[in-house]
Write a protein of this length. Structure first.
Length: 63
C-alpha cells in the first residue's frame, strides 16, 4: 500500500507534463500487485481521465 500511495503522489506532481506522466504511470504499473493496480486505475481515471485519457487507455490496456 505504501508504493501505491507513493505512485499516486508522483503522478499528481507530474501530471502537468504528459510525457513524464506516462513514464511514471508505466513504472507504477510494472511495480504494483493486481489489487493495487485496480485501485490505481480507478484513481487515475477519476483524477486524470479528462486530461490524460489517451495515455491511461494506452497504458492500462496492456496491464
Amino acid at each position: 500500500m505504501k508504493m501505491l500511495n507513493y505512485f499516486k503522489t508522483v503522478l499528481s506532481r507530474v501530471s502537468f507534463d504528459a510525457r513524464i506522466f506516462e513514464k511514471e504511470l508505466r513504472k507504477a504499473i510494472k511495480s504494483l500487485i493486481a489489487e493495487e493496480l485496480t485501485e490505481l486505475k480507478n484513481w487515475c481515471y477519476t483524477n486524470f481521465g479528462g486530461e490524460h485519457e489517451a495515455i491511461l487507455n494506452r497504458c492500462f490496456v496492456l496491464s
